[in-house]
Design a binder for this molecule. Structure first.
Ligand code: GLA
Length: 391
């Protein structure tokens, strides 16, 4: 993505210079699959792929938008941003993100002015590297700048989560927006999703994230499947609580307690609970491995995380499994796992700069042998969090 192209498109459409350019990155998640909404720990890093928004205050009452990568335009009235549709289980259009943001801010007493904006980026869309969180955070930073208010990083992340939960209708956790806002170059981020405290853990300089895309998009399945998983986790916690009074969410479940209390949970709740309990431990172990610079151990935990996401949490598909197995078996790859919500989307593998080319080829060839087509592969590095590019 060239920011110049965005500015050119802005000039073409609005005949003026943008007042601000904001940028927010996507994220890769090393460990911590589907545990953020159970208040567990996650280990994501911002990546060097992002969404940029060029914007200025609008002259009229309407917010006018161009999605450059999609070649689409839309407009809406921020003062009457349509209320969410209660039965919605996923976005009906990209415009839900900026419109949902205006709606969410309005509910918090922040009336944002209408804007003219062009946005685009170099993040694969709907693939599990948080393109939607990046859109939300980039628009939020742009709006803050143009309207003259400033939110804390945590508030930004919470607002983005509310857009997803209450407007778009996906009951996701806070990880994606948090990583997009708090990511720091050269660091992964260990986030405790209960206290919302985070620790920045240095990553090796030559760490490469290879993001291998299945090309499968199951937006609807991801929306309904996502919400189903969350309800299952809450139901499992409700059933366990009489036996473990100190348990608030599944984060508080020790794997040993689960063995003792398995009879309390009917299938598949027992497997869902096991995934969350074991994944939380894997995240803490993985953070320790990263602090020690032990990428082999981190990679091994990623492989276990993938297996648990597949066998216990049921969010993998065959294409993801093939990519994961291929990447993990390539010489020079430390580990790989599905990223984001699953049900399609991408696998993230970690390698060194030197090994990345080989791991790419090996992974793509294995996928092609099985499915007769090349997967799209993105070579990413650790990037930095959301902010203003110029203003
Ligand atoms: C999506 C959600 C996150 C998280 C992951 C799964 O990316 O937005 O909150 O739940 O899935 O780990």
């Amino acid at each position: 993505m060239k920011v110049d192209d965005l500015v050119d498109a802005f000039r073409d459409r609005f005949g003026a210079e943008p007042g601000v350019i904001a940028r927010a990155p996507g994220r890769a998640n090393l460990l911590g699959a589907h545990v953020d909404y159970s208040e567990g720990w996650v280990l994501p890093a911002a990546i060097d792929r992002a969404v940029w928004v060029a914007a200025r205050p609008a002259r009229g009452a309407e917010t006018r938008l161009t999605a450059l990568d999609l070649g689409e335009e839309a407009s809406f009235d921020v003062a009457a941003a349509a209320p969410p549709v209660s039965e919605r289980r996923g976005p009906s259009s990209w415009v839900d993100y900026p419109r949902g943001l205006a709606w969410t801010l309005g509910r918090r007493g922040i009336e944002v002015p209408p804007i003219d904006a062009v946005f685009g980026g170099d993040l694969p869309i709907g693939a599990g590297v948080s393109s939607s969180a990046a859109v939300e955070m980039a628009f939020l930073v742009a709006w803050e700048h143009l309207a003259g208010f400033q939110l804390s990083g945590l508030d930004r992340a919470r607002i983005g989560r509310t857009v997803e939960n209450d407007y778009v209708g996906v009951q996701s956790g806070i990880m994606d927006q948090f990583a997009s806002v708090h990511g720091r170059e050269g660091h992964a981020l260990l986030l405790d999703c209960r206290s919302l405290q985070h620790e920045l853990i240095p990553t090796p300089e030559d760490l490469v994230f290879l993001v291998a895309d299945t090309g499968v998009r199951r937006a609807l399945a991801a929306g309904t499947g996502f919400n189903d998983r969350k309800s299952e986790c809450f139901r499992a916690a409700d059933l366990l609580r009489p036996h473990l009074p100190a348990l608030s969410t599944l984060r508080d479940l020790e794997p040993a307690d689960l063995d003792r209390l398995r009879h309390v949970l009917e299938p598949p709740l027992d497997r869902r609970a096991r995934h969350v309990a074991t994944e939380c431990r894997r995240v803490l172990d993985g953070a320790e491995a990263l602090r020690d610079g032990d990428l082999d151990r981190l990679g091994d935990l990623m492989a276990r995380s993938h297996r648990s996401s597949r066998n216990d949490y049921d969010v993998s598909i065959e294409e993801l499994d093939v990519l994961q197995e291929a990447a993990a078996s390539a010489e020079g790859c430390y580990g790989a796992r599905l990223t984001g919500a699953g049900f399609g989307g991408c696998v993230t593998a970690i390698t060194s700069e030197a090994a990345a080319g080989h791991v790419r080829e090996w992974t793509a060839a294995a996928f092609e042998r099985r499915f007769g087509r090349r997967p799209e592969l993105h070579t990413c590095r650790v990037g930095t969090g959301a902010g203003i590019v110029t203003g």
